[in-house]
Design a protein around this ligand. Structure first.
Ligand code: HEC
Ligand code: CU
Length: 345
């Protein structure tokens, strides 16, 4: 018995603590669509609670009334269906309840599908094992893992996949939708106030599916424009003489020798896209959508990406010396929008 209590407590502790690490809260909407969806959730919950309460009251009443030794009338124990009124009531009532639930839901689903054909701000999102690629046709740029969107804007996400089926889901912005290879699905969303919202793949797609996370950065129009301008710029560490080559310079060289085949760094939709586009990587909040983008984590990621994302295509660079690794990380972290502005004047 003691063991049972202990495991209950441990389970409770796991449940209570695990939810707090990454916030993906459906009931805390940050945009119009998610808000309507919360109304639907609350509405269905209320309807279902009413049904539940009525059933419980009747249940308790009957248990009490026909308890052992009670003097209640028990005319006949065989089941007979001769009470027309009751028969009709419990056939019609569930149909009415289902109708009450279905009508607003179908209306909203229809409404969202119609809005997805609107002339809203468009982003093409491609799901790939196990990361996300974002193409912005208006801005003519490409980024990965961090989706930037202007605040208070209608957005249509055009969903595609390059390998298997994934599913795009940002709970605080609205519902989820599948990204299917060879097809384009449209998902209508509305952004609200600026903020950073967590997203996740919601369709089992392979060994690292659980960590196929991404962030959505919603920002004011002018910040969004400044960001997209910065992505377009070619940011290189300041030139130094070879004998006093700075760490970031050295890192850039290592990067060009080892990584350029899979990673672009300039936000362009180039051919070398087997890995995420690392445009403005120094500003990116997380590594691979899942851990803080600091020096130690980035080194750990480059040395052994498989330990974070099993079966990822990203090779392990455990052959680099500590100094080379530092240089590489310094370089990646030097690609920031601050540098882009310096470069402009
Ligand atoms: C064979 C192609 C390939 C090569 C070569 C490669 N990578 Fe990657 N890289 C990937 C893929 C694929 C991912 C996506 C992993 C994931 O998140 O699922 C990735 C992810 C990353 C990320 C995380 C991106 C993010 O959004 O946080 C970094 C940083 C990175 N690579 C740096 C490097 C560096 C530095 C090198 C060279 C030393 C390199 N990569 C070489 C394929 C490659
Ligand atoms: Cu996926």
């Amino acid at each position: 018995m003691k063991g049972a209590w202990t495991s209950t407590w441990v389970l409770l502790l796991i449940i209570l603590t695990s939810g707090c690490q990454i916030r993906m809260d459906v009931l805390d909407p940050a945009g119009g669509v998610a808000e309507e969806q919360r109304h639907l959730i609350v509405f269905s919950l209320v309807v279902m609670m009413i049904v539940l309460v009525v059933v419980f009251i009747l249940f308790t009443k009957f248990i009490w009334r026909y308890r052992e030794n009670s003097k209640a009338d028990r005319p006949d124990h065989t089941l007979r269906n001769d009470n027309k009124k009751l028969e009709i009531t419990w056939t019609v009532l569930p149909v009415v309840v289902l109708g009450v639930l279905a009508v607003p839901m179908l209306m909203q689903a229809y409404n969202l599908e119609t809005k997805a054909d609107r002339d809203a701000y468009r982003v093409k999102v491609t799901g790939r094992q196990y990361w996300w690629q974002f193409d912005y046709p208006n801005e003519n740029i490409r980024t990965s893992q961090e989706l930037h969107l202007p605040a208070n804007e209608e957005v249509v996400i055009e969903l595609e996949a390059s390998d298997v089926i994934h599913s795009f889901w940002v709970p605080q912005l609205g519902g989820k939708k599948d990204a299917i290879p060879g097809e384009t699905n449209r998902l209508y969303l509305e952004t609200g106030d600026p903020g950073v919202y967590e997203g996740k793949c919601a369709e089992l797609c392979g060994a690292a599916h659980t960590d196929m996370r991404f962030q959505v950065v919603v920002e004011e129009e002018e910040d969004f424009e400044a960001w997209s301008d910065a992505v377009k710029q070619d940011i290189t560490p300041e030139e130094t003489e070879p004998e006093e080559e700075g760490s970031a310079n050295k890192g850039e060289r290592i990067f060009q020798e080892n990584c350029l085949a899979c990673h672009a760094v300039d936000g362009a939709d180039t051919e070398n896209d087997r890995g995420p586009n690392l445009a403005l990587y120094g500003d990116q909040k997380k590594i691979s959508g899942m851990m803080t983008n600091d020096k130690e984590n980035l080194k750990a990621w480059l040395r052994e990406p498989e330990s974070f994302k099993p079966s990822t295509e990203m090779p392990a660079y455990d052959n680099l010396t500590e100094e080379e690794m530092d240089a590489l990380v310094d370089y990646l972290h030097s690609i920031t929008s601050d540098k882009a502005e310096e470069g402009r004047d």
